[in-house]
Design a protein around this ligand. Structure first.
Ligand code: MN
Ligand code: MN
Length: 416
């Protein structure tokens, strides 16, 4: 819209408001309240503009202050980028449960499908495989993972709260909760349409293979399999697997062990970057070699701090909120700007290269994960860009003084 058209539009809005007997409020755009036409409750001057007399569920609605009352800098109309495990149905079986948010539930989430799973003490997620890669982070307890790579090299490992695993597409694996805590974890599949409820299961294949074929394949009498389960197990209650070293000895192959581990001890890694406002741990194929299709930043934001204005040039960002209270605004062409609120167990999504920032809205640390379908983490910082563009050029764009320009965050701090 040219300046001229824009002026005309504003005049027209003022005139019709006056004609309706409503206080004429349209005025020149102001800092923090850009008119176009104006959005936000600050611009709703008529006495009943803000009324909301229709059906309500206050317990739910009150969780979303930024959606109920967006800032006047927002221009709404983007696809919903908020989802949650908190309202995802659990599939519960003896031994544990899982719930998921896939692209079928969350239309924008093209790159990643998320699963939240709990395995009881000795609970087993059965031997299985699938067409997509599986990335995971432990949220509680301890888990034993087993995997076999395509060269026939096995790995068995135990992971603790905060640790990761990554299984490339098609590699067979299993999971088991250990000790009195069992295990809870987050899975990210590198395809939004993946589902944890539809994987290739060893029990399913046995039950759907003729006995004589089983006999021929394994070189034992068909009778040996007469007690196999006729229905899949998926998650089931198992028994104590014993010490890790014994399992590792038992699976040993003449082909050796995989050259790069499929688990990553994030719980003992020092932050990649740290500042007064918080810290960031970045894990991708550069430090977790096998993780060729998923990169992750775990971000801790202190009270009163903010994950700075930035974007990611290489991939969409799928977020998981681990703890605390957050508010994120996403900026797109249009212009569009949408603000949403997040709490523990919620999911956010930002399409590739769209600008965004995440504020800690609580009085405790806020922790969230930024997950990307990519072999590497990549980011562009707005303040870094403006600090490394010719000063005169930037000053002409923003009408800011040289003193202000010099003060723009000098190094990319990630968290301010
Ligand atoms: Mn799996
Ligand atoms: Mn980001």
């Amino acid at each position: 819209m040219t300046n001229l058209l824009r002026r005309e539009f504003l005049v027209g809005a003022a005139a019709s408001a006056a004609a309706l007997g409503v206080a004429a409020t349209a005025k020149a755009a102001s800092f923090g309240n850009p008119d176009r036409p104006a959005e936000g409750s600050i611009n709703a001057k008529s006495p009943t503009s803000l009324d909301d007399p229709g059906p309500q569920n206050p317990a739910l609605a009150n969780q979303f202050p930024s959606m109920q009352d967006p800032p006047p800098t927002d221009v709404n109309g983007q696809p919903l980028f908020w989802a949650s495990f908190n309202n995802a149905p659990k599939r519960i079986q003896n031994g544990g449960w899982a719930r998921e948010v896939t692209q079928a539930d969350f239309a924008i989430s093209k790159d990643i499908a998320g699963v939240n799973m709990r395995l009881a003490q000795n609970g087993i997620r059965e031997l299985h495989w699938h067409q997509q890669a599986e990335w995971a982070i432990m949220l509680d307890g301890t888990c034993r993972v087993t995997v076999l790579d395509e060269e026939g090299r096995p790995q068995v490992g135990d992971v603790q709260n905060g640790d990761l695993w990554y299984f490339p597409a098609g590699l067979p694996h299993s999971l088991q909760g250990l000790g009195s805590t069992g295990a809870e974890f987050l899975l990210a599949f590198d395809n939004g349409m993946s589902t944890e409820f539809n994987t290739l299961l060893v029990t399913d294949w046995f039950a759907h293979t003729p006995p004589d074929v089983l006999s021929m394949n394994f070189g034992v009498p068909a009778d040996a399999f007469k007690n196999i389960p006729l229905n899949q197990r998926w998650i089931f209650q198992g028994t104590d697997p014993g010490p890790l070293a014994a399992d590792q000895r038992a699976v040993r192959s003449p082909k050796g062990a995989p050259p790069h581990p499929f688990v990553f001890p994030l719980s003992s890694m020092a932050p990649t970057r740290q500042s007064r406002g918080g810290s960031v741990h970045i894990i991708d194929s550069r430090n977790f070699n096998v993780s060729k299709t998923v990169a992750m930043a775990r971000v801790t934001v202190k009270p009163g701090a903010m994950r700075e204005l930035h974007w990611h040039p290489n991939a969409d960002e799928w977020q998981y909120y681990v703890k605390g209270k957050a508010r994120m605004t996403v900026f797109d062409t249009g212009p569009k700007a949408t603000t949403a609120d997040f709490k523990a167990g919620d999911i956010g999504y930002v399409r590739k290269s769209l600008g965004h920032y995440v504020q800690n809205m609580g009085n405790t640390d806020m922790v969230f994960l930024e997950i990307f379908k990519s072999d590497r983490y990549a980011e562009v910082s707005l303040s870094d860009w403006l600090r490394h563009a010719p000063p005169e050029l930037v000053m002409q764009h923003l009408n800011i003084s040289r003193e202000t320009l010099v003060q723009l965050s000098n190094v990319s701090p990630n968290i301010v």
